[in-house]
Design a protein around this ligand. Sequence first.
Ligand SMILES: [Zn+2]
Length: 254
Amino acid sequence: MQIQRALQYARCAAVLDSDPDVPSEGTYDQALTNGLAAIVAHEWPGEEANAKGRMHAANTLLDVIEQHAVAQPDGSRLIPWVRFDGSPAGTRVDVAALRHGVTETQGVRHARGTGTLERAHVDALVALDDHPALRRIGEVTSDGQWVNAKIADSYEQQRAEEYLIFIGDEEADERAERAPDRLEPYHPRHNPDRNGTELGYCPVCHREAFKLDTPDEEYGMSIGACLVCSYTRSPQVSYYLTLTAEMEATFPTD
Ligand SMILES: [Zn+2]
């Protein structure tokens, strides 16, 4: 669980760090919630979740940190920890900037880009990586192509979403109904690999209208394009998204 949280935090933070304007709804909140939950679970076990075991929201996790960590003159909080050599160290948590970042990124649904997220919000998020429970941004960004693929996919999803709004619900439903007619037929000689013979789920328009160029693999991240909203998943994006899903599925949880 802690590894999953740290990786989730690192992936989202790495994407925002290289492009704070990336139109990925909820990325900031997802990064922050997972990062804070990992830190709180490490420092004050049990306080990261409610009685039912559900992880707290970012603002509640920030309350926990404000309560327990050492208040600094500038209003931030310091979480002390000890280096391997025994010398004292600490992670500064800029609570105000983080709370502001959450507020700024909420309610931007369907707006063009986030626009409101500033460098200071991202910097405060990335600074958390210094804590011993996290420290995975380096690992994630060592594959710069992964970050680029993720960013490209976010912009592509936004483009398709705007197109979906443009065509409207009625047209979208009609297209979804006609989608099965537009599949390629399987043929032992002309199409032995069953390319284009299947529809998958589209994460943008939420319809079973994603025409898979290649038969879907286990993780539902295959190359293809949606017959309703036009969302297209390139080979590169497909490769990296599948890799991430695979890693998530094989990582041991505790
Ligand atoms: Zn779609």
